[in-house]
Design a protein around this ligand. Structure first.
Ligand SMILES: Nc1nc2c(ncn2[C@@H]2O[C@H](COP(=O)(O)OP(=O)(O)OP(=O)(O)O)[C@@H](O)[C@H]2O)c(=O)[nH]1
Length: 547
């Protein structure tokens, strides 16, 4: 009985096929749309194995078609094989790569794959990660989608690049890394499994082996110890083993399946292996079940991810500008941008409403301007850094300004000297501060303008120019005004020093009281002790000067 016949009659398989086919079609459509490049991983059975381990032979056994086989590298590009059960007796087979479709038939399929591989990866022995898709619509094939990858080889052969191992292992990793991939690890019965490079790689991405299924080929070539190998499970294969015998030489598929059946029935060593883990029909059934489970598990997540991507794309699309066909439309759009920018600036610069830019602290303008002002004020109050000896400069000025005058009253020229020296020292600071404020405001204006005009690249250069001109004009006026104020300060003996202002206010407040008391003394012509908060020396000198 052929494998395909078994697939046909097994009720579980047909029911799976009926239910899983529409889902599989959906997944294949998504694969064709290349959603994987958008970061959406699809459940995929990935066939990996060391070179010549029998990967293509397993696939051709499953599909009942010929694939390029042989010693040395045959598979040089990822071959996405989409098997689809069809009621028609006439099989439909075609290849797709890039935007090309090549129809073929069972007889010419090997040649068609070779030609397509050469078109993708060149005629040498190099590899390419551009996939080639093979569709097989045929009566009796299991509904499966699998990816066959080039076999891992450590040593480059003639005509292969030196980094062939890195190229192939990179390609394999890309396919087996996603959690949605099922790793079909093809192992030859003739080798020690622990030395297989494909086992080493699949264990890197699937440590517990929960998504790895092993297919042991060439059971006919090395029956000794195979039972022990698959039962000992030294290499941690979570989904289990299936031992098979593929087509040898020019056998037909029917002959190959018959030989496989006889082999596992009659060979004294192989007949001891559990029937549930031998033969291509068992493998087909297992793969269909695993694929169904995987699709059921992954689909809700895939749908969710696609929805999110779609929503994001719709938002992006809505942001795109409408096509403007007249000057009127362009003008309306421009006025709209202007209005939005104005409102946004009003909110962040005047009203302190930052709801539009919650995460951009630089655009919380009222707060940032307050910070800048208080920092400026602190800097102004700071002692100039040039001062080394406390009050020494002031004493020097006083020495130089000695003249006939009221004792304990600082000569006016000394006061002006000290004051103007201090004003000279800091007169650049307000100017620098106002420049800093305008630089900040220019940055804010630029961010807001860019936000509202980002979809209109054609007007951005003009907006930028207008912004620069406007800011530099206002900045110039503003700086000139500050310079003017500072110059006025330098011309007069006015000061806002808070200490000076406090003492001055106290003295002026007590002046009236002093005058009143003095008048009382003069009118009564006798002495009183007066309690006023002016210097005792002042009163003495007043008494002495009294007629
Ligand atoms: N006797 C026997 N030979 C097999 C079996 N499976 C595969 N072979 C032979 O092993 C050789 C390599 O098989 P392929 O299927 O080309 O191996 P592959 O892993 O696809 O090769 P690359 O993709 O080139 O790495 C071929 O000559 C096959 O005929 C098997 O079960 N029994």
């Amino acid at each position: 009985m052929s494998s395909l016949a078994i697939v046909n009659i097994a009720p579980i398989v047909s029911s799976y096929n009926d239910r899983i086919r529409p889902l599989l079609d959906t997944v294949d459509k998504l694969r064709n749309l290349n959603v994987m490049s958008q970061g959406i991983q699809l459940p995929t059975i990935v066939v990996v194995g060391d070179q010549s381990s029998g990967k293509s032979s397993v696939l051709e056994s499953l599909a009942g078609i010929s694939l390029p086989r042989g010693q040395g590298i045959c598979t040089r590009v990822p071959l996405v094989m989409i098997l689809q059960r069809s009621p028609s007796v006439e099989p439909e087979i075609w290849l797709e790569f890039g935007d090309k479709r090549v129809d073929t038939d069972e007889e010419h399929i090997t040649e068609a794959i070779r030609t397509a591989t050469e078109a993708i990866a060149g005629s040498g022995k190099g590899v390419s990660d551009t996939p080639l898709t093979l569709h097989v619509k045929k009566c009796g094939v299991p509904d499966l989608t699998m990816v066959d990858l080039p076999g891992i080889t450590r040593v480059p052969v003639n005509g292969q690049p030196e980094n062939i191992y890195e190229q192939i292992s990179g390609m394999i990793m890309k396919y087996i890394e996603p959690q949605e991939s099922i790793i079909l690890n093809v192992l030859s019965a003739t080798v020690d499994f622990t030395t297989c490079e494909s086992i080493r790689m699949s264990r890197q991405v699937d440590k517990t082996g929960e998504r790895t299924l092993a297919v042991v080929t060439k059971a006919d070539m090395a029956p000794e110890g195979l039972l022990q190998k698959v039962t000992a499970d030294d290499v941690n294969i979570g989904l289990g083993y299936v031992c098979v015998r593929n087509r040898v030489g020019e056998e037909t598929y029917q002959e190959a399946r018959k030989q496989e059946e006889l082999l596992f029935k009659n060979n004294p060593l192989l007949s001891m292996i559990d029937k549930d883990i031998v033969g291509i029909p068992v493998l087909a059934q297992k793969l269909i079940q695993i694929q169904a489970t995987m699709i059921t598990r992954c689909l809700p997540d895939i749908v969710q991810k696609i929805k999110e991507k779609l929503e994001h794309s719709v938002v992006e699309l809505n942001k795109l500008p409408l096509v403007m066909t007249s000057t009127g439309e362009a003008l309306v759009t421009f006025v709209k941008i202007n209005g939005s920018v104005k409102e946004s600036l009003l909110r962040i610069l005047v009203q302190g409403d930052f709801s539009e830019y919650p995460d951009d602290a630089n655009l919380h303008c009222t707060a940032r301007l307050a910070d800048m002002l208080s920092e400026f004020s602190d800097n102004l109050q700071d002692q100039p850094q040039t001062v080394t000896d406390f009050l020494m400069d002031e004493i020097k000025v006083l020495e130089e300004c000695k003249c006939i005058g009221l004792p304990n009253f600082i000569p006016r020229s000394a006061f002006l000297g000290i004051l103007s020296h201090r004003v000279d020292e800091m007169h650049r600071e307000p100017v620098e501060f106002i420049e800093e404020i305008w630089n900040y405001l220019e940055g804010v204006l630029s961010s807001v303008l860019t936000k509202y005009s980002e979809n209109f690249p054609q007007i951005q250069p003009s907006i930028k120019r207008a912004r620069r001109n406007l800011i530099s004009k206002i900045k110039e006026t503003s700086v000139n005004r500050v310079i003017e104020i500072v110059e006025m300060e330098k011309l007069t003996d006015y000061t806002c020093n808070p200490e000076y202002m406090t003492v001055y206010t106290q003295k002026i407040a007590s002046q009236e009281n002093f005058v009143r008391k003095k008048n009382q003394i003069l009118s009564k012509n006798h002495r009183y002790n007066i309690d006023i908060t002016i210097d005792r020396a002042d009163i003495k000198s007043f008494n002495r000067s009294k007629p």
